[in-house]
Design a protein around this ligand. Structure first.
Ligand code: 4AD
Length: 429
């Protein structure tokens, strides 16, 4: 048995081969039946002839519908007119599943597609999405392994908020209240005291009530935490990491990117140095970027979309006012109203893919910030302990992998970048 892509080869012309997969397209005349067969690797045109198969078998083959599964034996020949340049002449076949009409076709509504995502993921478009996602996840881990990091596994059921109470998912926990984690950051911080450089890829959960093109309630969060470094060094690492991932996708998935209609030259632009701007500078330039903002304004999906339509490479925004961000960010010693943090905004209108920065590492400063934010110190006793025992400067980041995938593939909605999106209105399939 061979994969479809492996039989598309001059060296196999004239040889008897066996392939298997699913009917991608099928059409027949009185004497000939053309089956385009697909497997996970590619598609190939196969032809069954009535006079060679015999009347009964020919009828059976011709009666198949899209997505029926079968294996085929036959000889390969070159054919310029065939969809992938070769054609298999069928000598025999075995059917595994003879379908009723497959419900999913190209012209379906967005809701129908989402209700049938378990079937839609077989489409060539979505297979391309899945292959690119696979490269992105692998490249993220490869980058950190190659740079001496350890992968760690924080818990997903937790007792405290990381990113504010409004998006917490509550779950009953044997008479107590637990939450699904919003971010593994605080746990990653605990690991640096033994391993110094750590990362994790795990789901994060946000009870996002707004419906936007870039928010999920369950998303894949790639987070890193590094001992002894500040905000600037953290950004340098992230820039290299994003470029490493883009290179991996360009090396591995050119065909998939083309199938999705992605302009790879624009994507290549991001292999050049990223742009950097402080929040103050952004406010100053905002009108000329087509999105007038005033000091103190936060950036949401719409604001970032407009700003980032001006850029073809990512942009780091640094030094946000403290009140715009969560309590753990370290204030800038030169101007304590600002914090040593950054967001990385993806170009072409995509906006935030990373949030990160330096963490407060002084015990009293952190206690004060917890109190100022109306939180209870006792809930964070273990997080405070990290500042009591062997505290050190450190920084970290969180990258939304589904958002990164959406940008890399140039998709218009995050639901198209993840196989089973969870949003305020969707829990199925
Ligand atoms: O900016 P956020 O909220 O930062 C944190 O959670 C930090 N504790 C991470 C850290 O420093 N370890 O989220 C980080 C990233 C965002 O930049 C975005 O890409 C993604 O997570 N993200 C979402 N992706 C999809 N749907 C949502 N609802 C998301 N919320 C955040």
């Amino acid at each position: 048995m061979q994969s479809v892509s492996s039989v598309l080869a001059d060296g196999l012309i004239g040889k008897e081969l066996e392939i298997r997969g699913w009917v991608y397209r099928i059409r027949s005349t009185a004497k000939m039946c053309f089956v385009i067969l697909r497997d996970s690797t590619n598609i190939i045109q196969c032809v069954g002839k009535a006079d060679e198969l015999g009347e009964d078998k020919f009828k059976l083959l011709s009666s198949l519908t899209i997505e029926s599964s079968l294996s085929l034996r036959g000889k390969i020949r070159k054919d310029e007119r065939a969809i992938t340049g070769y054609e298999l002449t069928i000598s025999s076949f075995q059917i595994y599943c003879r379908n009723q009409n497959f419900p999913v076709s190209k012209d379906i509504s967005e809701d129908f597609e989402l209700d049938n995502r378990h079937l839609w993921i077989r489409s060539r478009e979505f297979s391309a999405v899945l292959k690119i996602r696979s490269t992105i996840f692998k490249a993220f881990a490869d980058f950190f392994y190659e740079n001496g990091y350890y992968q760690v596994q924080p818990p997903l059921m937790v007792s405290t908020a990381t990113e504010g109470g409004s998006t917490l998912f509550k779950v009953p926990f044997f008479g107590e209240e637990a939450y699904l984690t919003q971010s593994s950051q605080f746990y990653l911080e605990t690991f640096i005291y033994s391993l110094e450089k750590v990362f994790t890829i795990s789901p994060s959960f946000r009870a996002e009530k707004s419906r936007t093109w870039r928010h999920l309630t369950e998303y894949w969060h790639a987070e890193g935490e590094v001992a002894w470094i500040g905000n600037d060094e953290m950004m340098e690492i992230e820039e290299k990491m994003i470029q490493f991932i883009i290179k991996a996708v360009l090396e591995t998935n050119l065909e998939e990117l083309r199938l999705l209609g992605r302009d790879v030259d624009v994507l290549r632009e991001s292999l050049q140095p990223f742009n950097r701007m402080s929040y103050d500078e952004l406010i100053e330039k905002s009108a000329s970027l087509g999105m007038p903002l005033k000091y103190g304004d936060d950036l949401g999906a719409d604001e970032e979309r407009k700003i980032m339509s001006n850029f073809t490479r990512p942009l780091f925004i640094t030094h946000f006012p403290a009140e715009l961000k969560t309590f753990y960010h370290r204030p800038d010693p030169d101007n304590p109203k600002l914090i040593l943090c950054h967001d990385l905004l993806a170009p072409e209108g995509y906006g935030e893919v990373i949030g990160g920065g330096e963490r407060i590492w002084d015990l009293e400063e952190l206690r004060q910030r917890i109190r100022d934010n109306g939180l209870r110190e006792e809930d964070y006793y273990w997080y405070l302990d990290l500042r009591r025992y062997g505290s050190i400067p450190h920084s970290g980041f969180g990258l939304g992998l589904d958002r990164l995938a959406m940008w890399i593939m140039h998709l218009d909605n995050i639901k198209k970048a993840i196989p089973y999106p969870r949003t305020i209105r969707r829990l199925k399939p």
